[in-house]
Design a protein around this ligand. Structure first.
Ligand SMILES: [Zn+2]
Length: 138
């Protein structure tokens, strides 16, 4: 009995992230419309389902440059449902740069990078360490 209980708690420490279909569609649309520049936004979870990313929040003053998105994180609203960031890469590689890794470590628990050509197969998600994680599309 005790053994079973222990096992159960261990399973619950890991968050199984999910993202809503229409939220991913919006990310794709934004990335496409801002191309060849980079797009950046914050990820927000549902009020009820705290592991389901349901909307993106565009930060006022976020600079979408040709080289890199600069998040003005002091503009970040106080909102405990914000769990991480999303940004696009004009290149075909959704791989975090050194600057991305720094951002990941400091802000949030889940981060998405979507690369060119911006579709369901050209994005990856990472934890704060920059390790790739899986997000289920729901
Ligand atoms: Zn990047």
């Amino acid at each position: 009995m005790l053994f079973l209980k222990k096992n159960k708690t261990r399973q619950h420490t890991k968050v199984d992230w999910k993202i809503k279909h229409n939220c991913l569609d919006l990310i794709i649309e934004c990335a496409k419309s801002i191309y060849p520049n980079e797009f950046g936004a914050l990820l927000r979870v549902d009020d009820q389902q705290k592991s389901t990313i349901s909307e993106i929040i565009l930060l006022p003053g976020t600079v979408q440059g040709e080289t890199h998105t600069i998040f003005k994180l002091h503009m970040m609203p106080i909102d405990f449902n914000i769990v991480g960031t999303v940004h696009s890469h004009p290149s075909p590689f959704p791989i975090p740069s050194d600057a991305d890794l720094e951002l990941f470590r400091k802000h949030g628990r889940v981060h998405i990078i979507i690369a060119n050509p911006y579709n369901y197969f050209s994005w990856k998600a990472y934890d704060y360490n920059g390790d790739e994680i899986k997000i289920e599309v729901v």
